[in-house]
Design a protein around this ligand. Structure first.
Ligand code: SF4
Ligand code: MSK
Length: 629
């Protein structure tokens, strides 16, 4: 029987999205939902994770029918081995993405130290000194540039093979590090763990699913405690540590009378320059010459989050809004760096006057206009890009412009430094609030959109359900815009919280959901958990904290989930990774890891039920600490 096509209301919970899906349909523009429809049903073997293409004796498929034919690949690998290998490579892909992003920041810092990147500098000097000292670099009597150079060297070392453990691992509680050591999970070097994952999963190597999964966790930990953490800390040093500020979100942030430039991707190295160029008087004057009243830079996905956190730019949308933003007909240019950028955006841009501009040699798109941006030429190229966008304004077809909705206000900028400052400089007041049950627990809701879900329904549904239980929610990545559009990123959102959380938010003037940044900034959450654990004298797995990625889609999100679990943080996923073809792997992920690392994955597609299950964990941990449940 043919499946019924999903109604527009089932595709997204947001009116701005629905309006643009309607417009796309009316204009004959294909979107992510159309392609999902065409791809459904997906290959069952691939969904189960039991296809293997790791050599040319195959490709092979392992049948889910126990005892039937095709129980092993040509080489003899069974379902457990195939699923574990696929999952390991999936994690390696995610860890590589975050970590290569982190490496790009080290290169900028090294370039700044050597005087080769005049467009960049050190905006948070105190943090530079603090991090350098933390990593054993002397700062007294030395120039900033010398310190920055040494810091870059130490962090470059985290990518290699010469260390017993990555530098920031010292931030984890001793007991956690001991667990990792016992399990052979200590991340030694980012590139080393990723390369070893690829090696282990070559035909004829690691043919024991648990062993492969332990290394997958090690690879993910290299992402969380090194690649991502380096990305976050160096972005703060170079571009400034975020402090609370207000902005706006949804497609209504686009301006009818201005040149609209959307920055998309993950790394602030390019987007910070685009923003700086867009604020230059000569380019604003050029915009006025073509009839616009100014230049408006808005954010998409995580590059948007980076600039929102530090510069307060408005957020046009998250992952599933990226195509739809162009459908407004009001976008002169989409400027991208890397990750999570749908290739279809090139075609959709081509249906309008929108210039689709790539900036990284690592992320070229056929049909895009490419500007090869390096730290040495960034501002010069950014100026050219903004000029191109300004000139495109003249080609905008006013009859095709539709900007839905008024933007909603949001509050952002909650770095750990800002959170600690808000509670008086130490974690003690936060812990006191947790002890007395005003804040019963903390859950980080992070990650993506996935067209398989009604956009943001899980992200928002889970956040709301947790708040009611006096559980403080931290968000990063694409959940940010979801929470913002739902009114949860404003202090007034505390009205939706339980009495304890409402009281704390009211006293501090903060929202019940705190925005902590982009995908790499989940490292901030790791660091916060480590700090809370150290202050309480316990392991991270003893804390009433949890994580969730309700609508995740990417390899990076899986890596985040795995480093959270391996760090002792129970993690909910709205749907499973492609592992269900192996009982061993599925059991390890959802049960067995609890015995090894003190946390596991929960898979649950209903937000209320997920909140119940996370609450159960939080309650158990509170009891374990001797706090009232
Ligand atoms: Fe098939 Fe084994 Fe080759 Fe994979 S590694 S494609 S299971 S023969
Ligand atoms: S951008 S990884 S869709 S959060 Fe970081 Fe959003 Fe997920 Fe990409």
């Amino acid at each position: 029987m043919a499946r019924e096509k999903r109604k527009i209301e089932e595709l997204s919970m947001w009116e701005d999205a629905r309006a643009m899906i309607r417009k796309a349909q009316a204009e004959g523009i294909e979107t992510v939902w159309d392609r999902l429809e065409e791809q459904t049903p997906h290959c069952r073997f691939c969904e189960l994770g039991t296809t293997c293409r790791n050599c040319t004796m195959g490709p092979c498929r392992i049948s889910p029918k126990k005892g039937g034919k095709m129980q092993r690949g040509v080489c003899g690998a069974d379902a457990d081995v195939v699923v574990a290998r696929n999952f390991g490579r999936f994690i390696a892909g995610g860890a590589a993405g975050h970590s290569d992003h982190g490496r790009d920041l080290i290169e900028v810092l090294a370039g700044v130290a050597e005087g080769e990147c005049p467009d960049y500098g050190i905006r948070d000097k105190a943090k530079l000194v603090r991090i350098a000292e933390e990593l054993g670099i002397k700062s007294e009597g030395r120039s900033e540039m010398d310190i920055a150079g040494d810091l870059a060297e130490v962090l470059f070392g985290d990518f290699g093979s010469r260390k017993a453990e990555v530098a920031f691992l010292k931030r984890a509680p001793e007991s956690r590090r001991e667990t990792w050591k016992q399990l052979g999970m200590t991340p030694r070097g980012v590139d080393r763990e990723i390369a070893e994952m690829m090696h282990r999963t070559h035909m004829g190597c690691d043919n024991d699913a648990p062993s492969t999964l332990i290394h997958a966790a090690r690879t993910a930990l290299a992402d969380g405690w090194a690649g991502s953490m380096i990305g976050t800390e160096l972005s703060d040093i170079i571009f400034g540590t975020p402090t609370p500020s207000e902005s706006t979100a949804n497609l209504g942030v686009l301006k009818k009378d201005q040149v609209n430039i959307l920055v998309h991707g993950h790394n602030p190295v390019v987007s910070e320059m685009i923003l700086a160029a867009a604020r230059m008087p000569e380019l604003v004057a050029r915009a006025k010459d073509v009839g616009a009243s100014g230049i408006n830079v808005g954010g998409l996905c995580c590059t948007g989050n980076e600039l929102l956190m530090r510069q307060g730019i408005p957020m046009a949308g998250n992952h599933l809004m990226t195509e739809l933003s162009i459908v407004t007909g009001a976008v002169e240019a989409v400027v991208v760096d890397y990750q999570c950028i749908m290739p279809s955006m090139v075609q959709i841009s081509g249906c309008y006057h929108t210039r689709f501009i790539t900036t990284s040699g690592k992320a070229r798109f056929t049909g895009a206009t490419h500007f090869d941006i390096h730290p040495e030429n960034a501002m010069e190229k950014a100026r050219e890009i903004v000029a191109l966008a300004v000139d495109a304004f003249a080609e905008r077809d006013a009859s095709r412009v539709e900007i839905p909705h008024e933007p909603v206000p949001i509050m952002t900028g909650f770095s750990n430094e800002a959170i600690l400052a808000a509670v008086g400089g130490t974690p003690d007041p936060l812990i006191d609030a947790m002890k007395r049950g005003a804040i019963r627990g903390v859950v980080g809701i992070v990650g993506c959109n996935n067209p398989k879900f009604t956009q943001d329904s899980m992200n928002v549904g889970l956040a709301k359900a947790l708040l009611k239980k006096d559980i403080l929610v931290l968000v990063t990545g694409c959940v940010t815009t979801a929470a913002g559009k739902a009114g949860l990123l404003m202090p007034e959102g505390a009205e939706m919280a339980g009495p304890g959380l409402k009281e704390v938010c009211g006293a501090l003037g903060i929202p019940p959901v705190l925005h902590m940044g982009s995908c790499v900034d989940n490292a901030r959450i790791l660091q916060l958990c480590a700090l809370l654990a150290e202050t309480c004298g316990v392991d991270i797995s003893d804390l009433p904290v949890a994580a969730s990625s309700p609508e995740w889609y990417s390899e990076k999100a899986a890596a985040i989930g795995l480093y959270a679990v391996a760090s002792g943080i129970e993690t909910h996923l709205g749907h499973p990774p492609n592992i269900l073809g192996s009982d061993t792997v599925t059991h390890l992920a959802t049960e067995g890891l609890e015995d090894l690392v003190g946390a596991r994955f929960i898979i649950e597609k209903d937000p209320e039920e997920a909140a119940e299950r996370l609450d159960k964990r939080i309650t158990a941990k509170r009891v374990g600490l001797g706090w009232n449940p």
